[in-house]
Write a protein that binds this ligand. Structure first.
Ligand code: PLP
Length: 378
């Protein structure tokens, strides 16, 4: 049975070249990077070369990149350190951050930190004036705002937020999981303190990510033990994972222009087809959110929405749940709950997310499946 995968914001396939580089390292570079003999030194060279390449992609120094097991780990680390090393008394964020940020912030709040959630417009955008009004008040503050929202594709104006944080001396953390490898981020032009990425979102392996920590930012160890990652994160480095992540990021940036154009074309086609087959269809935050993500509200009744994802899966289509009651869960998405009206929140909703290998045929397959579900007698 044909299957179509349109959930690239959840995870991506690993590029062939990435798999090859990982296999090569697994076959030949099994030395422990901490060992001082040749096999260890050689593995260490792979780790450090990868760090340098990733740093170059962001225009930062290699020493500012720390390898982690995931973006979840890196986000948790930053929020915990905000309390410990940075001694922040206030965190400014939004309610549409990923749970890997929101939950640690909730814990920080329980531990006495003031948390301010910025309000959002229908696109999921913050008002910069509101941020500035808060920052004027002199408090040791961490601003934690994601670069691209993983459910609706809202893009933060990172440059303006960075400028405000510099002006008022606030720490800035961004979860850039959905944008790294898909948008150019130059951290010399857009200075911030912490940036988080995850390899499996840019055609690299799962179980590895990285954290950028700006030089001279007070920060303490996540794990205590060996001296890996300058003692910040003890534990033998996952050499093959790190090399795979580095290769994936390099390729993403090499192919960025071309692949972006391909994805933009597919997204436009999807929007056009949805509009022509389902008059009244809505796109959460509009059609012009980040180019890899399209969040769709179908003009169907609440009843028709039940088991939508399950039924699409049965028809071979893999997309994601956007709102309530569609895959057995009664809980609406915390992102949609924040920006949709109660009425729209009940409507059937899917998140479609693309990669450069998504095709017009994939889109047609999805549309056919939706047409069959909207009119089961056909
Ligand atoms: N942040 C965002 C915006 C994400 O989309 C995800 C993954 O869904 C994460 C964090 C968590 O990433 P990881 O799977 O590396 O823990």
């Amino acid at each position: 049975m044909k299957r179509v995968y349109l959930d690239h914001a959840a995870t991506t396939f690993i590029r062939e070249e990435v798999i090859h580089s990982m296999i090569e390292v697994m076959q030949t570079e099994y030395g422990n990077p901490s060992s001082t003999y040749q096999k260890g030194r050689s593995a260490k060279v792979w780790v450090e070369k990868s760090r340098k390449t990733i740093a170059n992609c962001l225009n930062v120094a290699a020493q500012e990149i720390v390898f982690t097991s995931s973006a979840t780990e890196a986000n948790n680390w930053v929020i915990h350190q905000a309390l410990d090393s940075l001694q922040v008394t206030r965190i400014i964020t939004t309610k549409i951050e990923h749970h890997a940020v929101l939950h640690p912030i909730e814990r920080a709040h329980k531990n006495g930190v003031e948390v301010v959630y910025l309000s959002l417009d229908a696109l999921g955008q913050i008002a910069l004036e509101s941020l500035e009004n808060l920052l004027i008040e002199p408090k040791t503050t961490l601003v934690s705002l994601m670069h691209v929202n993983n459910e609706i594709g809202t893009v933060l104006d990172l440059e303006k937020v960075s400028a405000l944080c510099q002006k008022y001396d606030a720490y800035l953390h961004t979860d850039a999981v959905q944008s790294i490898g898909k948008a150019v981020i130059d951290l010399q032009k857009t200075p911030l303190h912490f940036l988080v990425a995850s390899a499996h979102k840019f055609h690299g392996p799962k179980g590895v990510g990285f954290l950028y920590v700006k030089k001279n930012t007070p920060f303490a160890s996540l794990f205590l033990g060996g001296a890996q990652e300058k003692g910040w994160r003890a534990g033998t480095e996952a050499v093959h994972q790190i090399v795979g992540m580095c290769k994936a990021l390099e390729l993403s940036y090499q192919n960025l222009k071309f692949e972006k154009e391909v994805i933009e074309t597919i997204k436009r086609e999807t929007v056009n087809q949805l509009k022509s087959h389902f008059p009244g269809v809505q796109f959460v935050g509009g059609e012009n959110q980040f180019y890899t993500i399209l969040n769709v509200i179908l003009p169907w009744s609440e009843e028709e929405s039940s088991l939508l994802l399950f039924n699409l899966d049965m028809k071979g289509v893999e997309v994601s749940r956007g709102s309530a009651c569609q895959s057995g869960s009664q809980k609406p998405s915390h992102v949609l709950a924040e920006i949709l009206s109660a009425e729209d929140l009940k409507k059937p909703n899917i998140r479609i997310s693309f990669c450069h290998q998504s095709t017009v045929e994939d889109v047609e397959f999805l549309i056919d499946a939706l047409l069959e579900l909207s009119n089961p007698k056909n």
